[in-house]
Design a protein around this ligand. Structure first.
Ligand code: PEP
Ligand code: MN
Length: 362
């Protein structure tokens, strides 16, 4: 490539990297040149997609399934880019793959969930990328371990990569049937809190594993202020060579993106008077809750003193079960979930025991 072309490419990558929402889509795997280029053309037509993704090397759980087309698919991505102007992104897991992807002008690399789990592999990749100016997206590791995810970020960062992004693709959890990979939103939110400066993308396709609830997961991510989405699309999803159940056509992707309500954390032109009123109400209610909780603990102190005087134990399991059962029934009638009531009363119970303990041992 001529140096002016390289400069123009870098500029395009920089401007797309800053675009919000950043939308990445494309097939789980590049299968043929026609499929790759057609997907790109149809995605481009929606006017909503910034980057074409396509798996070239596929890490598969069991041998024998389609493991990716390999290096010969990289020129297809170049052709797709030439036809549409879309940037391209590929998963790389080894130094050789990274080298090949860069050789064929891939714009963005991503580290897959099965690679993030392995510090040796991430370090090999980081060493191969030292001194290269290419954005790298890092998927969360398969297992719910933020330290491992952070470790991968640190390794890539120390290799001098300036543009690092995170992809939340959910975590393996045994026996979970609703999702292919449980989102465990609290972990992703914690990661986002630890790295507020990094691009943060959600991958509804690998969280859901099926088409049904892509919209619901994507909406939740946008409501949580993610910077963008990566969603798999295919010209003929049911016939895809990998991840057929979770892919959608480019046109369906366009509709799905239209169905999302794009809320912003701050919309300066909108008057927030009504929201402000609700927030005041919430503040008053929270104050009342604190007062009531404090009163409740004062009664617990009295109970502690009584039990101490009469030689009774603090924990009286049957009494507590009774309180909890009644609270769940009453709470559910008032629109509070059993899960919430149980967590809330457990917390109250622990605090109450702590108060009684203090009184009894003073
Ligand atoms: C993919 O994006 O197709 C992929 C293999 O994802 P993950 O690494 O999240 O499993
Ligand atoms: Mn996939």
């Amino acid at each position: 490539m001529e140096s002016t072309n390289i400069a123009a490419q870098k500029e395009q990558v920089q401007s797309i990297w800053k675009k919000r929402p950043l939308i990445i889509s494309g097939p789980c795997s590049a299968e043929t040149e026609e499929q790759t280029v057609d997907t790109a053309i149809r995605l481009h037509k929606t006017g909503k997609v910034d980057v074409l993704r396509a798996g070239i090397w596929k890490p598969r759980t069991r041998p024998g399934s389609f493991e990716g087309i390999g290096t010969k698919g990289l020129p297809w991505l170049q052709a797709a880019k030439k036809a549409t102007g879309l940037l391209t992104a590929v998963e790389v897991a080894t130094p050789k793959q990274a080298e090949d992807a860069l050789h064929f002008g891939v714009d963005i690399l991503w580290v897959g969930a099965r690679t993030t789990v392995n510090p040796f592999s991430v370090q090999d990749l980081a060493d191969a990328l030292r001194g290269v100016d290419v954005p790298v997206l890092i998927k969360n590791p398969i297992n719910p371990d933020l330290e491992l995810w952070m470790g991968a970020v640190e390794r890539i960062d120390r290799a001098g990569i300036k543009d690092i992004g995170l992809i939340h693709r959910g975590f393996a959890s045994y026996g979970n049937s609703e999702y292919r990979n449980a989102p465990m939103w609290h972990l992703a939110i914690e990661m986002k809190r630890r790295y507020p400066e990094l691009l943060f993308i959600n991958d509804p396709s690998h969280i859901c594993g099926k088409r049904d609830n892509l919209l619901e997961v994507a909406q939740k991510a946008i409501d949580l202020d993610y910077d963008g989405l990566i969603i798999e699309s295919h010209i003929d999803p049911d016939k895809a060579w990998s991840d057929a159940k979770q892919q959608v056509t480019p046109e369906r992707l366009g509709e799905l993106l239209d169905e999302i309500v794009w809320r912003k954390e701050n919309v300066p032109t909108v008057d927030h008077a009504a929201l402000e009123k609700y927030r005041q109400q919430i503040n008053h209610l929270d104050d009342e809750l604190l007062q009531i909780l404090s009163q409740r603990m004062k009664v617990a102190d009295k109970i502690g003193a009584y039990k101490k005087d009469n030689g009774l134990t603090i924990l009286q399991t049957s009494r507590w079960n009774d309180i909890l059962d009644k609270a769940i029934i009453k709470g559910e009638k008032q629109g509070l979930s059993k899960e919430f009531i149980t967590k809330y009363f457990d917390a109250i119970h622990m605090e109450s025991i702590a108060h009684q303990n203090k009184i009894m041992n003073d």
